[in-house]
Design a protein around this ligand. Structure first.
Ligand SMILES: [Zn+2]
Length: 250
Protein backbone atom coordinates (compact mmCIF):
# COMPACT_ATOMS: atom_id res chain seq x y z
CA UNK A 1 0.00 0.00 0.00
CA UNK A 2 2.25 2.77 -1.25
CA UNK A 3 1.18 6.33 -1.86
CA UNK A 4 2.61 9.78 -2.50
CA UNK A 5 1.21 12.72 -0.55
CA UNK A 6 1.19 15.43 -3.20
CA UNK A 7 0.24 18.23 -0.82
CA UNK A 8 0.73 18.80 2.88
CA UNK A 9 2.35 21.33 5.18
CA UNK A 10 5.15 19.71 7.15
CA UNK A 11 6.22 23.07 8.58
CA UNK A 12 3.01 22.97 10.64
CA UNK A 13 4.09 19.79 12.43
CA UNK A 14 5.84 20.23 15.78
CA UNK A 15 8.21 17.36 14.99
CA UNK A 16 8.97 16.92 11.29
CA UNK A 17 11.27 13.86 11.66
CA UNK A 18 8.58 11.93 13.54
CA UNK A 19 5.90 13.04 11.04
CA UNK A 20 8.18 11.80 8.23
CA UNK A 21 8.75 8.48 10.01
CA UNK A 22 5.03 7.94 10.57
CA UNK A 23 4.29 8.78 6.95
CA UNK A 24 6.85 6.23 5.80
CA UNK A 25 5.42 3.59 8.14
CA UNK A 26 1.95 4.25 6.74
CA UNK A 27 3.26 3.54 3.23
CA UNK A 28 4.29 6.94 1.90
CA UNK A 29 6.90 6.71 -0.84
CA UNK A 30 7.23 10.50 -0.90
CA UNK A 31 5.70 13.50 0.79
CA UNK A 32 5.47 16.86 -0.94
CA UNK A 33 5.46 19.73 1.54
CA UNK A 34 4.05 22.97 0.28
CA UNK A 35 4.96 26.53 1.15
CA UNK A 36 2.46 29.37 1.45
CA UNK A 37 4.90 32.14 2.41
CA UNK A 38 8.66 32.53 2.66
CA UNK A 39 9.21 30.86 6.08
CA UNK A 40 7.07 27.83 5.19
CA UNK A 41 8.81 27.52 1.81
CA UNK A 42 12.19 27.58 3.55
CA UNK A 43 11.00 25.05 6.15
CA UNK A 44 9.80 22.74 3.37
CA UNK A 45 13.16 23.01 1.59
CA UNK A 46 14.95 22.31 4.87
CA UNK A 47 12.82 19.19 5.43
CA UNK A 48 13.59 18.08 1.86
CA UNK A 49 17.31 18.45 2.56
CA UNK A 50 16.99 16.36 5.71
CA UNK A 51 15.03 13.59 3.98
CA UNK A 52 16.42 13.53 0.43
CA UNK A 53 14.33 11.61 -2.04
CA UNK A 54 11.51 11.23 0.48
CA UNK A 55 10.40 14.77 1.29
CA UNK A 56 10.10 17.22 -1.59
CA UNK A 57 9.35 20.91 -1.39
CA UNK A 58 7.09 23.34 -3.18
CA UNK A 59 7.84 27.02 -2.72
CA UNK A 60 5.29 29.76 -3.15
CA UNK A 61 3.27 32.61 -1.83
CA UNK A 62 -0.40 31.85 -1.13
CA UNK A 63 -3.02 34.39 -2.20
CA UNK A 64 -4.02 35.28 1.36
CA UNK A 65 -0.38 35.97 2.25
CA UNK A 66 0.21 37.98 -0.93
CA UNK A 67 -2.83 40.23 -0.63
CA UNK A 68 -1.68 41.98 2.54
CA UNK A 69 1.88 42.59 1.38
CA UNK A 70 3.22 46.01 0.53
CA UNK A 71 4.31 46.20 -3.11
CA UNK A 72 8.03 46.31 -2.34
CA UNK A 73 7.89 43.30 -0.02
CA UNK A 74 5.95 41.35 -2.64
CA UNK A 75 8.60 42.05 -5.27
CA UNK A 76 11.41 41.04 -2.90
CA UNK A 77 9.59 37.86 -1.90
CA UNK A 78 9.03 36.91 -5.54
CA UNK A 79 12.74 37.44 -6.24
CA UNK A 80 13.66 35.18 -3.32
CA UNK A 81 11.21 32.51 -4.46
CA UNK A 82 12.91 32.51 -7.83
CA UNK A 83 16.18 31.54 -6.15
CA UNK A 84 14.48 28.96 -3.92
CA UNK A 85 12.72 27.40 -6.91
CA UNK A 86 16.02 25.80 -7.94
CA UNK A 87 15.59 23.21 -5.20
CA UNK A 88 11.82 22.84 -5.39
CA UNK A 89 9.70 20.31 -7.29
CA UNK A 90 6.90 22.82 -7.92
CA UNK A 91 5.74 26.37 -7.32
CA UNK A 92 2.95 26.26 -4.74
CA UNK A 93 0.70 26.78 -3.24
CA UNK A 94 -0.29 29.77 -5.29
CA UNK A 95 -3.61 30.94 -6.62
CA UNK A 96 -6.69 32.93 -5.75
CA UNK A 97 -8.86 32.93 -2.62
CA UNK A 98 -11.98 35.07 -2.68
CA UNK A 99 -13.19 33.95 0.73
CA UNK A 100 -11.12 36.45 2.70
CA UNK A 101 -10.66 39.68 0.75
CA UNK A 102 -12.69 42.56 2.15
CA UNK A 103 -10.77 45.60 0.95
CA UNK A 104 -10.57 47.02 -2.52
CA UNK A 105 -7.38 45.97 -4.21
CA UNK A 106 -6.93 42.69 -2.35
CA UNK A 107 -8.16 40.56 -5.23
CA UNK A 108 -6.00 42.55 -7.64
CA UNK A 109 -2.99 41.94 -5.39
CA UNK A 110 -3.77 38.20 -5.40
CA UNK A 111 -4.01 38.14 -9.17
CA UNK A 112 -0.74 39.99 -9.55
CA UNK A 113 1.09 37.58 -7.26
CA UNK A 114 -0.53 34.53 -8.89
CA UNK A 115 0.34 35.73 -12.36
CA UNK A 116 3.96 36.46 -11.42
CA UNK A 117 4.35 33.02 -9.85
CA UNK A 118 2.82 31.24 -12.84
CA UNK A 119 5.45 33.02 -14.91
CA UNK A 120 8.08 31.89 -12.44
CA UNK A 121 6.91 28.28 -12.69
CA UNK A 122 7.04 28.39 -16.48
CA UNK A 123 10.48 30.03 -16.52
CA UNK A 124 11.80 27.46 -14.05
CA UNK A 125 10.19 24.59 -15.96
CA UNK A 126 8.29 23.56 -12.84
CA UNK A 127 4.67 22.57 -12.36
CA UNK A 128 2.37 24.78 -10.28
CA UNK A 129 0.15 23.74 -7.36
CA UNK A 130 -2.99 25.83 -7.29
CA UNK A 131 -5.25 26.97 -4.45
CA UNK A 132 -8.55 28.31 -5.79
CA UNK A 133 -11.09 28.82 -3.02
CA UNK A 134 -14.30 30.41 -4.35
CA UNK A 135 -12.17 31.58 -7.28
CA UNK A 136 -12.06 28.51 -9.49
CA UNK A 137 -13.37 30.27 -12.58
CA UNK A 138 -10.70 32.99 -12.52
CA UNK A 139 -7.91 30.61 -11.50
CA UNK A 140 -8.64 28.23 -14.39
CA UNK A 141 -9.02 31.13 -16.81
CA UNK A 142 -5.60 32.47 -15.83
CA UNK A 143 -4.02 29.02 -16.22
CA UNK A 144 -5.50 28.67 -19.68
CA UNK A 145 -4.80 32.22 -20.82
CA UNK A 146 -1.20 32.02 -19.75
CA UNK A 147 -0.75 28.67 -21.40
CA UNK A 148 0.54 27.00 -18.22
CA UNK A 149 1.39 23.44 -19.20
CA UNK A 150 1.45 21.62 -15.91
CA UNK A 151 -0.64 22.51 -12.87
CA UNK A 152 -2.41 20.60 -10.11
CA UNK A 153 -5.55 22.05 -8.61
CA UNK A 154 -5.41 21.38 -4.89
CA UNK A 155 -8.57 20.82 -2.81
CA UNK A 156 -10.67 21.67 -5.82
CA UNK A 157 -14.19 22.69 -4.81
CA UNK A 158 -15.48 24.08 -8.08
CA UNK A 159 -17.99 22.45 -10.37
CA UNK A 160 -17.32 19.25 -12.31
CA UNK A 161 -17.68 21.27 -15.53
CA UNK A 162 -14.94 23.68 -14.43
CA UNK A 163 -12.75 20.72 -13.50
CA UNK A 164 -13.30 19.19 -16.92
CA UNK A 165 -12.13 22.39 -18.59
CA UNK A 166 -8.86 22.30 -16.64
CA UNK A 167 -8.49 18.57 -17.27
CA UNK A 168 -8.95 19.07 -21.00
CA UNK A 169 -5.84 21.27 -20.90
CA UNK A 170 -3.97 18.47 -19.11
CA UNK A 171 -4.10 19.83 -15.57
CA UNK A 172 -4.25 17.53 -12.57
CA UNK A 173 -6.24 17.42 -9.35
CA UNK A 174 -5.07 16.53 -5.86
CA UNK A 175 -7.85 14.66 -4.07
CA UNK A 176 -8.18 15.46 -0.35
CA UNK A 177 -9.48 13.08 2.32
CA UNK A 178 -12.66 15.17 2.66
CA UNK A 179 -15.60 13.88 0.70
CA UNK A 180 -18.44 15.77 -0.88
CA UNK A 181 -21.04 14.84 -3.45
CA UNK A 182 -19.72 17.41 -5.92
CA UNK A 183 -16.14 16.25 -5.42
CA UNK A 184 -17.18 12.62 -6.01
CA UNK A 185 -18.82 13.71 -9.26
CA UNK A 186 -15.68 15.63 -10.26
CA UNK A 187 -13.39 12.69 -9.47
CA UNK A 188 -15.62 10.32 -11.43
CA UNK A 189 -15.39 12.58 -14.51
CA UNK A 190 -11.65 13.32 -14.45
CA UNK A 191 -9.35 10.74 -16.10
CA UNK A 192 -7.50 8.58 -13.58
CA UNK A 193 -4.14 9.68 -14.96
CA UNK A 194 -4.88 13.26 -13.85
CA UNK A 195 -5.54 12.44 -10.19
CA UNK A 196 -3.16 12.78 -7.25
CA UNK A 197 -3.66 12.18 -3.53
CA UNK A 198 -3.25 14.88 -0.92
CA UNK A 199 -3.65 14.94 2.84
CA UNK A 200 -3.33 18.74 3.13
CA UNK A 201 -2.20 17.80 6.66
CA UNK A 202 -2.43 19.11 9.27
CA UNK A 203 -5.55 20.87 7.95
CA UNK A 204 -7.90 18.67 5.91
CA UNK A 205 -6.15 15.48 7.00
CA UNK A 206 -4.26 15.06 10.26
CA UNK A 207 -1.20 13.34 8.78
CA UNK A 208 0.06 12.27 5.33
CA UNK A 209 -1.40 8.80 6.11
CA UNK A 210 -4.84 10.30 5.47
CA UNK A 211 -3.96 10.01 1.78
CA UNK A 212 -5.22 6.44 2.19
CA UNK A 213 -8.69 7.93 2.78
CA UNK A 214 -8.28 9.98 -0.39
CA UNK A 215 -7.32 6.77 -2.22
CA UNK A 216 -10.48 5.05 -0.94
CA UNK A 217 -12.51 8.01 -2.15
CA UNK A 218 -10.89 7.83 -5.62
CA UNK A 219 -11.43 4.07 -5.75
CA UNK A 220 -15.14 4.42 -4.95
CA UNK A 221 -15.74 7.33 -7.30
CA UNK A 222 -13.98 5.55 -10.17
CA UNK A 223 -15.23 2.04 -9.40
CA UNK A 224 -11.73 0.61 -9.15
CA UNK A 225 -9.80 -1.15 -6.39
CA UNK A 226 -7.89 0.84 -3.81
CA UNK A 227 -4.75 -0.87 -5.09
CA UNK A 228 -5.37 0.49 -8.58
CA UNK A 229 -6.09 3.96 -7.18
CA UNK A 230 -2.84 3.95 -5.20
CA UNK A 231 -0.79 2.64 -8.09
CA UNK A 232 -2.12 5.16 -10.61
CA UNK A 233 -1.89 8.19 -8.32
CA UNK A 234 1.65 7.27 -7.28
CA UNK A 235 2.75 7.07 -10.92
CA UNK A 236 0.95 10.34 -11.67
CA UNK A 237 2.71 12.12 -8.77
CA UNK A 238 6.13 10.84 -9.90
CA UNK A 239 5.46 12.12 -13.38
CA UNK A 240 3.95 15.45 -12.30
CA UNK A 241 6.76 16.37 -9.89
CA UNK A 242 9.48 14.62 -11.96
CA UNK A 243 10.40 12.54 -8.91
CA UNK A 244 13.17 10.05 -9.29
CA UNK A 245 14.58 11.82 -12.34
CA UNK A 246 17.32 13.40 -10.27
CA UNK A 247 15.81 16.81 -10.86
CA UNK A 248 14.58 17.11 -7.30
CA UNK A 249 17.97 16.49 -5.70
CA UNK A 250 20.28 19.29 -6.55
ZN1 LIG B 1 -2.48 23.47 1.55
Amino acid sequence: MHFIDAHCHLDRFPDIPSAARQAREAGAKSVVSSGYDLPSSLASLEAAREFPGFIHACVGLAPTTAMGMPEQELLETLAQLKTLARNAVAIGEIGLDYHWPSKAGEIDAQKKSFSAQLDLAMEAGLPAVIHSRKAEEDAIRMLLEKGVRKAALHFFSGTPAQAERAAAAGHLFTVPPIRSKTRAETVSRIPLDLLLLESDAPYAGKTPADCLKSAEFVAEAKGISIHEALKATTENAKRFFSLGSGKESD
